[in-house]
Design a protein around this ligand. Structure first.
Ligand code: GLN
Length: 193
């Protein structure tokens, strides 16, 4: 049976994730209210504005339920703002979050001069070919706990910083695979479900 992917559709760039998962044979349910959370096999939290998505999750009384579902093992993939919302620590911010990924993240970490950029990122779990990673006002993981597997890193200020990570049922990237034709991250996520 086709997997039913719940796509958080409150704010941001969610449609492209839906297209990618449909192309891989999944059903996609857009999540806009608490009642939509029933019956999903996995969840995607898209890029957008993490403060706005977090506030809407609170206002719609969805934050605690989503956190509990992920804690109980629901596979989740967060890109960009989605990654931020998954992290335990958001440096310098008290904004609402799910707080399940044992990592400290810095928002807008690449500064204004390099607001957006694309690079060929080595991601060993996806094979030899580098991944075309699109970063848009992207966050960067400054530190991560021992349960977090680093799937890809970039060099910043002479140090390697994670930009794609996995912790059990949680996958997160600070870039946007849904904006490219390369389906390897979405396929990797499908394999987690
Ligand atoms: N800068 C945004 C935030 O802090 C994330 C950007 C994105 O999702 N493309 O929420």
């Amino acid at each position: 049976m086709a997997k039913n992917i719940g796509l958080l559709a409150l704010q941001g760039a969610f449609r492209e994730h839906g297209n990618a998962m449909r192309a891989l044979g999944c059903d996609v349910s857009e999540l806009r209210q608490k009642k939509h959370l029933a019956g999903i096999d996995a969840m995607i939290i898209p890029g957008g504005e993490s403060t706005a998505i977090g506030k809407l999750l609170v206002d719609l009384d969805m934050l605690d339920t989503v956190r509990e579902m992920i804690r109980e093992g629901l596979p989740v993939y967060g890109s960009c703002a989605g990654l931020i919302l998954l992290c335990k620590t958001i440096i310098g911010s008290e904004q609402p979050r799910l707080g399940l990924l044992d990592a400290a993240v810095r928002r807008n970490a690449f500064g204004r001069q390099v607001d957006s950029f694309e690079c060929n990122l080595p991601v060993p779990v996806l094979g030899d070919a580098p991944f075309p990673a699109v970063f848009i006002r992207a966050p960067l993981i400054e530190s991560a706990g021992p349960e977090v597997d680093v799937l890809a890193e970039v060099e910043m200020g002479g140090q390697n910083k994670p930009v794609a990570v996995r912790q059990g049922n949680i996958l997160a990237t600070s870039f946007h695979p849904e904006l490219t034709d390369d389906m390897r991250f979405h396929r990797y996520f499908l394999d987690m479900i």
